[in-house]
Design a protein around this ligand. Sequence first.
Ligand code: ASP
Ligand code: MG
Length: 425
Amino acid sequence: MPASLVVQKFGGSSLASADRIRHVAERIGQTRAEGAELVVVVSAMGDTTDDLLSLAGAITADPDPRELDMLLATGEHQSATLVSMALHALGVKAISLTGAQAGITTDGRYGRARIANVEPRRVRAELDRGNVVIVAGFQGQSEAGDGGGEAETTTLGRGGSDTTAVALAAALKADRCQIFTDVRGIYTADPRLVPDARQLRAIGYEEMLELAQLGAQVMQVRAVELGWVNGVEIEVLSSFETAPGTVIREDPLVEQRNKVRGLAHDRNVAKVTLLAVPDRPGVARAVFEPLAEAGINVDMIVQNVGHDEATDLSFTVPRAELRRAEGVLNPVVAELGARGLTTDPGVAKVSIVGAGLHNAPGYAARMFGTLADAGVNIEMISTSEVRITCVIEEARLEAALEALHGAFELARPDPVDAAAAARPA
Ligand code: ASP
Ligand code: MG
């Protein structure tokens, strides 16, 4: 039987010190001793990426994007070499590679490059030589000639090592893709806020994508997308303990189970309302075009029914962008002859997520009823096929999460988890 091929990714907190790197190396050594071929993708140690960003910020307010990517990529170079050395110290054959050496090519967008192709010839060759291959995550190399330029080092956006791992797992047709992190897996709600939150044993790609987009910080959104498109099963698990994690995969049991799988929340939200804007064609464009040009992400747009030829228009923006949004909108308010602009940074989003929601009437009513009984006022609502999201007062967030967790019986195990637990690893 050919040896199985495993891709493992270790996040920054799992590599934050020399001791932790040694610990990670021991775990890698164990998997290797069981006979698996191993590709290990690493993030930068601890807060290295943030530290490098502030260092650049201390030099100049406007760092050159190419130089910034060259700088940020060094964080992952460090950890890759150190993990490799730690394996050598344990007598395990290993070699570190940069993203470019691992064959990851990207487009040329610095700071948020997208992977164009993975050609893991060198990775394969090193595996054949008996090496554990340590790949620096979060980076690639743009193709020479892309817009006439040279091949350059690029980075994939914050949290991008997850994407490196899933892309390599897809290209190498790995048997497993494991994301080691500082939590045990995916939970029905944030266990720091909801004491009886339960770890899920399995979750569908679509549901995980929503949870990631809605603020669950365990995995990068793009990595989940990439796994979904390529059918890579992804296991999220703790690097600090040996406990079963959560498997993200196509979910065959969608029809059979509790339709709400989990709650997500996001505090990084602010609400903007334009008061009494004229109710005529072109107004929405006048408001949202300048916001888009300023690169401000707008979400959850609600326009009320007009009265007296005017209407209120509300939407949310990331909290950190509220100031900029106000700056962009003040002239627009004047231009349109709207009554004014109000903002509220003290809101939060709470969502119920489940793949079966759209064909199961009654979930919305239950969510709203539960929030009402808990005395939580709903300020805005939006829905998709797999989620319902409410904007509420941030101070009421924990109460809302607890009430919803109880109302949808999320502490109770459901068939998906039982099935996943029964499946051989
Ligand atoms: N080190 C990068 C970051 O902090 C990439 C990663 O951790 O995945 O965003
Ligand atoms: Mg990180």
